[in-house]
Design a protein around this ligand. Structure first.
Ligand SMILES: [Zn+2]
Length: 111
């Protein structure tokens, strides 16, 4: 009888032939899910998947170095920076910016 943890069907199984000729089931570890953008929910590139190896990675191996990396995708960061600049220049007001973007615009302000 397998261990209770091996009765779960969420773990992937592989049938492997042992050197003695017996066929045994190998249980594979489940992979972590990929990180997604907080605004458009696109899969983030160059962001490490949560795993046991994560603490051993260097900071730059975990996520890119730009602002809001690991939170938003590149397209959304570009849009946020444009809206922030337009707010600072006064060409648009805070009411023109989507409410979901304001949180990240306030985050990018340095000082
Ligand atoms: Zn996005």
């Amino acid at each position: 009888m397998p261990f209770p943890r091996q009765r779960s069907r969420s773990a992937r199984r592989h049938q492997r032939k042992t050197p003695s000729g017996k066929v045994k089931i190998h249980y594979l570890r489940t992979k972590g899910s990929k990180h997604t953008c907080a605004i458009c929910s696109a899969i983030l590139q160059a962001v490490a998947v949560k795993s046991k190896k994560l603490p051993r990675l260097t900071k730059t191996q975990r996520r890119p170095e730009r602002k809001l990396a690991g939170i938003l995708c590149g397209n959304c960061v570009e849009r946020i920076i444009k809206e922030k600049t337009r707010l600072e220049m006064g060409s648009i007001s805070r009411e023109d910016v989507p409410l979901s973007h304001l949180k990240y615009i306030d985050k990018t302000t340095s000082h």
